[in-house]
Write a protein that binds this ligand. Structure first.
Ligand SMILES: Cc1cc2nc3c(=O)[nH]c(=O)nc-3n(C[C@H](O)[C@H](O)[C@H](O)COP(=O)(O)O)c2cc1C
Length: 168
């Protein structure tokens, strides 16, 4: 079997859009920055997120049965840094960064995100250190066509189409 260090080194090459996954349970909001977000099915609209079972949002997502997935735009790396624990803020304190309000399920949604998916939890699959949470998408807010925030090689950046100076 490959070593986990080799695996981590290799995965640094997989560029990913950065999302903030958030929920509210018993009056308390929690969230984390995540790149492990994937589309599963369009009918019904379903996505999955992979969350470490030690993350503070893990149990609240399972217990509340709802979560939002907020795709960040270029320039929002300070929000990503906050929700990945880099700034030392925890729990509710993280929600002082950006504007948050509930949409349909009651999970907090980030007003300035590129796109927000408001999801109802449908299934949880435990896999090693992580859980895969499947959510059906109850509502979507699509705000703009600005560039996405991308994470690769341990660094935040953005996406540019190959050979083109123009954005779509
Ligand atoms: C760019 C980036 C992507 C991340 N992606 C994930 C992810 O997909 N799943 C996960 O469980 N943690 C991921 N993390 C780590 C969590 O954001 C971090 O452990 C966070 O602090 C967990 O929340 P807690 O401090 O509230 O426990 C990522 C961190 C960064 C910086």
């Amino acid at each position: 079997m490959a070593s986990s260090d080799d695996f981590k080194q290799a995965m640094r090459h997989l560029a990913g859009g950065v999302a903030i996954i958030a929920t509210e349970h018993e009056g308390r909001r929690v969230g984390l920055a995540a790149t492990a977000v994937c589309s599963v099915s369009a009918d019904p609209p379903t996505l999955l997120v992979c969350i470490n079972s030690g993350a503070s949002a893990h149990e609240p997502i399972r217990a509340s049965g709802r979560f939002s997935v907020n795709l960040l735009a270029s320039g929002q790396d300070s929000i990503a840094r906050c929700f990945s624990g880099e700034t030392g803020l925890k729990g509710e304190e993280r929600f002082t960064v950006g504007e948050w309000s509930p949409l349909l399920t009651g999970a907090p949604v980030l007003a300035g995100a590129l796109v927000s998916f408001d999801c109802r939890l449908t299934e949880v699959v435990k896999m090693a250190t992580h859980s895969v949470f499947f959510g059906t998408v109850a509502d979507i807010t699509l705000r703009s066509t600005t560039r996405p925030l991308i994470y690769a090689h341990g660094t935040y950046g953005t996406f540019l189409p190959e050979g083109a100076g123009l954005w779509w």
